[in-house]
Design a protein around this ligand. Structure first.
Ligand SMILES: Cc1ncc(COP(=O)(O)O)c(C=O)c1O
Length: 396
């Protein structure tokens, strides 16, 4: 059978690196997995209230049936309540599509746009966007973010990259892979451009409650332009394996009703998202989220520690992350980032992800999670530091 040429073009560096990691592991080397943004792989756990709600969902509520394709109506109402409670935005429950994680929402959106459509995406970017776009012949056009300004978006570059084919613009805030949190005025500047050029704003807010200093605001709360918001429970409810996310369209003038219908049409062919999980999440989505104070405290401490250790190593530098759980250090050495990451893996057992897997501005960088406990990071970074000392002969 011939294989789809579009499949051969897709990549997902965050998991692709595991193929090499498993080879190294077979040699008996201890590995430090710093590649996947999964808090449950470290000392974070899904809140007990969510676990209890799932037991109740399958026993008392017997929510073992298929749900509506667009999602359980109780959950959609709770999503409306969540966004109102947290950010003051008014959503329409009929414009919420519940998906198997934000990943499925990205797939459905990409599959709904006409081939050849241009979508502006930040560079560096979470790789699923570029891969799903490639798969569906959508052109992801990267706009710069500025490392020297803690990876804030370059507003002029966004303007310069707009062409007659540009239909949408993606914001990932808080950001994966850079750990940046955009101040409301930057988000407003971007949405103003979207308004001026008639672009749909796609706003990935999956890390919305994971910021270390506050100051974050949801995109839709800052503008009246149409916003297609993406969110889910993987990160803020510490439950990535539950696979639950959603897309919601805030589009008062119904400019994008054709897109919404296309997305719903696709959602019907995959029947529905997982019903018990939807039922459980509906019960707790608007619970007190005070457990996140401790989560953010730990993340800030770990992110600061990681960046400090990196900045002590010659040839490397890192901005201090402000949210999410990643650091994206720069490699100022005459070595390609993929080669660097593979060398680090083989010699130290530390699994980072090569930055070029995150688009053009990812080159000469690598991504690490800042999720492990300090003592684990310390052990891994001690090996890494030694490796860097031996490599340090040829700083650019
Ligand atoms: C920015 C961003 N969007 C989407 C996703 C996918 O999330 P989900 O687990 O909901 O599919 C991730 C996962 O790391 C992410 O970092």
């Amino acid at each position: 059978m011939e294989i789809s040429t579009n499949v051969s073009k897709i990549k997902y560096a965050i998991r692709d690196i595991l193929i090499s990691a498993k080879e190294v592991e077979k040699t008996g080397k201890k590995l430090y997995y710093f590649n996947i943004g999964d808090p449950d792989k470290y000392d974070f756990d899904t809140p007990q209230f969510l676990k209890d709600a799932l037991v109740e969902a399958i026993t008392v509520d017997k929510a073992n049936y298929y749900s509506e394709s667009m999602g359980d109506s109780e959950l959609r109402t709770e999503i409306v309540n969540r966004q109102k409670r947290l950010w003051g935005t008014e959503l329409n429950p009929e414009k919420i599509l519940v998906t198997a994680g934000v990943s499925e929402a990205i797939s459905i959106i990409s599959g709904s746009m006409a081939p050849g459509t241009e979508v502006l995406v930040p560079s560096p970017v979470y790789p699923s966007y570029l891969s799903y776009f490639t798969f569906h012949d959508i052109c992801g056009i990267e706009y710069n973010t500025q490392e020297s300004l803690d990876w804030q978006p370059d507003i002029d570059d966004i303007r310069n990259k707009i062409t007659p084919k540009t239909q949408a613009l993606l914001i990932i805030n808080p950001n994966n892979p850079t750990g940046a949190v955009y101040p409301p005025k930057s988000v407003k500047a971007i949405t103003d451009i979207a308004g001026e050029y008639n672009l749909l704003v796609i706003s990935d807010e999956i890390y919305d409650l994971l910021t270390y200093e506050g100051g974050y605001k949801s995109t839709a709360s800052l503008t009246d332009v149409p916003v297609l918001e993406l969110n889910g429970i993987s990160k803020t409810l510490l439950s990535p394996g539950w696979r639950l996310g959603w897309a919601n369209l805030r589009d008062e003038d119904e400019k994008y009703s054709h897109l919404w219908e296309a997305m719903n049409k696709q959602s019907r062919i995959r029947l529905c998202a997982n019903s018990p999980i939807q039922k459980a999440v509906a019960k707790v989505l608007n619970n007190d989220m005070n457990f996140l104070i401790e989560v953010n405290r730990k993340l800030k401490e770990r992110a600061t520690y990681f960046a400090k250790r990196i900045n002590e190593m010659e040839g490397l530098s890192a901005r201090i992350p402000q949210g999410a759980f990643y650091s994206f250090p720069r490699i100022d050495l005459p070595i390609d980032d993929t080669e660097f990451v593979l060398k680090v893996l083989k010699e130290t057992g530390v699994v980072f992800v090569f930055g070029s897997g995150f688009g053009a501005l990812g080159k000469q960088h690598f991504r690490s999670v800042v999720l492990p406990e300090i003592k684990v990071m310390e052990e891994a970074l001690n090996h890494f530091e030694l490796f860097m000392k031996n490599l340090n002969l040829s700083v650019k």
